[in-house]
Design a protein. Sequence first.
Length: 338
Amino acid sequence: MKPEALALGGRLLGEGQPCLVAAHVGAAHEGSTDEALRLIEAAFQAGADAIAFPVFRTTELVVRRHPEREALQAAELSPREWRRVLETAKSSGLAVIAEVFDAASRDLAAEAGVDAFQAHATDLDHPELLRTLAAAGRPVLLGTGGSPDDLLREALAAAGARVALVLGPPQVPAAAEELRLRDLAALRDRYRVPVGLLDPTDGGSAFALVVPALAAAQGADLVEKRLTRDRNRKGPDRAAALSPEDFYRAVELLRQAERARGEGPDGRPSGAPVRGRSIVAGTLIGRGDVITAEMLRFKRTDERFDRGLSPREAHRIIGRRAARPIQADETLREDMLE
């Protein structure tokens, strides 16, 4: 049984659908509403299908003396600012994913009309938060990290029926061997849900441009890649982020990989069928003549015209009479036979 496709805005996520590409903003907006709005425009222009924003309240996420508290506070937007950003993202035509870390942030994002929620891999063992996300009635994307099977199954049960898994090593940036792209198919087969990749590879490397395409070729239903407008700024989010220009190139490579795979939306090979040979008369066949195998030849014919009958249909012709004279090398069709 194939995993059921999930609806994210006007797009479907799942087997048989094009890979959905999401620009993951992270903290690249640095707490600036204007920069967050510029990133929405950049994601749209770069060919993303969706955009993902982490929405959080620092006081609910870390203790007072946590080493990352200052950086988180600097990237935190007020509820009013978040509503403006999320509603603008929604009106842009992109599907909007909110990576939320507390119930109040979930409520804010739901009111802004986001299309899906995402749970960070570190929250897989927080069933109360996962049930809170599921209760909003939207798909839930679960980051997997390196979580064991029992934890993943518990998280899937807490997150409800409309769920997907998002693979991605916790190290940022990550080395190529840490991606384990073959696990995409293994996760789908094991848990029967759509799967994706949050790509943490170094955004300044040439390899980062092809990772989304490689993931799509391995069957990823979703690829998230961090996006920044300035890779010269420091921070782990930017280390794994692409510039808008490189993001666009990565999306183009992914779409080419999908076309090269040659699968249509119904899972069957796509493209026009190869035209084979046709049955033609090997000699002049008179009206009323009984057609024998010796009278037939099998040749390629002009593709501008009807192919007529194929060689595998010869048994339907032999033994019948010609309804009219048939010239040598003329393509045989059903209406020429009695």
